[in-house]
Design a binder for this molecule. Structure first.
Ligand code: GLV
Ligand code: MN
Ligand code: MN
Length: 435
């Protein structure tokens, strides 16, 4: 359904819902053009010549993008603050002071050479939903918060700081910005020594909703308007260090080498074989690799690579990791090398709340959209927020399923549809008894 049909069909579609027990605002709609304009303006911060952005967390571009987001949040009549963890929090009061906030959010940091939609759509969509409420003088019972989480791409760091604890080890990790997480939090206006005060308690939010691009190709291929997310995969990442022996590449016979790169090559192949060797949707990736000292004429004495495993079931990730470890021991034996595994990040899988799933589905259908229930293979701040309260996620189509790429694209009408579903789901949640 295109936007025009949507406009014509809206009143009829929502009339039915408005008569039910849940209050709704049948005529209320987001301004799709404004979301597109905001996305275009945001895309200037960290813009790359080949398209897309490099707005990695804690970079100058990230800082400028955040300043822009704060301007938009204020225009949406939100009271804006930077919390101790460096998240941007915009709040609007509710009519019942005893109620915890309904939270909407996402992120605006990107991967290196990323696109203009991952995180940005949900962030601009949430601000737009707040602005629509403000412009139409819609009062809600719950306070509304819009949170732009910092450093989602580096391991949902900002949302993790709200729902759990950033360890000293995590704070010391170097990021793509050239700053450690600790330095980065200071750089964006947070205070890494006050993180305990940024934490929120389980039950301290009424619910969390996140609009996001699908980042896969299912909705686009099947021409479905809205994805209702059933769960978000758990993600565990390790630095794998392989120690061999650096030696002369011309004089060391082939049978006397302890080549860390050869061991790495066998390891990468083994990861793929083990992960694809069991049924299911699990994925495993070696996405970075550094060989030292890194010269044509030196047998690599050391390799550091990045291993990542993802699945909706944490036990399966553990099982795969154990198999990979066993295979690494065999490779080490055969190549005269040693493997060390250092877990650098682990995010639990999270299922979305059944009631919110149904509410999103009903809301989308009531607005005249087609829907599909699907899992998320990408990580999201919603999985951290699931530790604080019930969460729901709304996906809109990614053209050709491309993401983490300058070629990432979602159509403006799909984004506007998703933001309308976000807004109306929020209003229905506001009218419900959530506890
Ligand atoms: C975040 O985008 C992730 O899935 O890595
Ligand atoms: Mn994202
Ligand atoms: Mn991403």
């Amino acid at each position: 359904m295109n936007r025009r049909e949507f406009n014509l069909g809206l009143f009829g579609a929502l009339g039915a819902i408005a008569t039910g027990p849940v209050r709704s605002q049948p005529r209320l709609r987001v301004n799709g053009k404004r979301i597109s304009d905001h996305l275009a303006a945001l895309s200037e911060f960290g813009k790359n010549p080949q398209g897309g952005v490099s707005r990695v967390a804690y970079s100058e571009a990230d800082l400028l993008g955040r300043e822009y987001a704060m301007v938009l949040m204020r225009a949406a009549k939100l009271d804006v603050r930077v919390d101790f963890a460096g998240n941007l929090v915009g709040r609007r009061a509710g009519s019942d002071p005893s109620l915890p906030p309904l939270v909407m959010g996402s992120h605006i940091d990107s991967v290196p050479e990323g696109g203009n939609y991952d995180g940005d759509v949900g962030s601009m969509g949430a601000i737009e939903a707040a602005q629509t409420l403000a412009e139409n003088n819609v009062a809600t019972r719950h306070p509304i918060e819009v949170i732009i989480f910092q450093n989602e791409e580096g391991g949902t760091i900002g949302s993790h700081a709200l729902s759990g604890e950033l360890t000293e080890k995590q704070l010391g990790l170097m990021t793509r910005s050239g700053r450690t997480i600790r330095e980065g939090i200071k750089f964006i206006g947070g205070n890494p020594d006050m993180l305990a005060s940024a934490r929120r308690k389980p039950g301290s939010i009424a619910a969390y909703l996140e609009l996001h691009i699908e980042q896969g190709g299912i909705l686009d291929a099947e021409k479905i308007n809205i994805g209702v997310v059933e769960g978000i995969v758990g993600i565990t990442q390790w630095d794998v260090t392989i120690e061999g022996f650096a030696n002369h590449a011309g004089t060391t016979p082939m049978n006397q080498r302890r080549d860390a790169m050869l061991a790495a090559a066998r390891f990468i192949d083994a990861v793929n074989r083990i992960v694809t060797g069991v049924p299911g949707r699990q994925v495993g990736t070696v996405g970075r690799l550094q060989a030292l000292p890194g010269a044509y004429n030196v047998i690599p004495g050391k390799v550091v690579l990045g291993l990542e495993l993802r699945d909706l079931d944490a036990n399966k990730v553990q099982m795969l990791f154990e198999r990979i470890g066993a295979e690494a021991r065999q490779i080490a034996e055969a190549t005269g090398t040693q493997f060390g595994f250092n877990e650098v990040n682990s995010i639990d899988p999270a299922l979305t709340d059944l009631r919110i799933r149904k509410l999103i589905d009903d809301t989308a259908k009531g607005l005249g959209f087609t829907t599909k229930l699907l899992p998320s293979g990408a990580g999201h701040d919603a999985q951290e927020m699931a530790r604080l309260g019930p969460v729901g996620m709304i996906f809109v189509p990614s053209v050709a399923g491309i993401s983490h790429s300058p070629r990432e694209f979602s159509r403006p009408e799909d984004i506007a549809n998703g933001a309308d579903v976000l807004l109306h789901t929020l209003l229905k949640l506001d009218a419900m008894k959530l506890r």
